[in-house]
Design a protein. Sequence first.
Length: 180
Amino acid sequence: MRKAVVIAAAAGALALAPPAFGHAIVSPPVAKAKVLQQFTLSVPTEKEGVTTTSVELFVPPGFEVDSFEPSPGWTRSEDPNSYIWSRGRVPTGEDAVFRFNASLDSSKRYMFKVRQGYSDGSTVDWNGPESSDTPAPLVDGVSSLGGGGTTTLTIVALIVGGVGVLLGIAGLATRGRPLA
């Protein structure tokens, strides 16, 4: 009986859940400025019965592409501010994925525009605000990815831990006998 209730609840949650739609993304979404690193552009084929046949990435100022990983089945060309992959065929439910090495010139938000071409001649421009159906991919440039600083809380935790170790050693040394 309990198993049937769990299955019914799960089925109901799935039936009422909003549909999940993919978005064009550039990852990682947070990257350290002034460091050459690998990025990935991923563009979903959402239209039924057609394929993605071209993808154009418009690069924002301050984002410098250095080199590309080969993309079998695709032809890449360059315009002054964009890179175009064409002659590919990515079916519905799959993503066109492209990798490249790049660097950010400063700590700020970088907004990309992506134009996706389909085999039926239609296009999707991924250039809207974050709340839209076609949001532009974003990468936040930061000066540090963290992990290197020491906070007051860390110092207090180390002191408390050290005191605990000393009390433990004292307890073992005296084996429960009074210290005085």
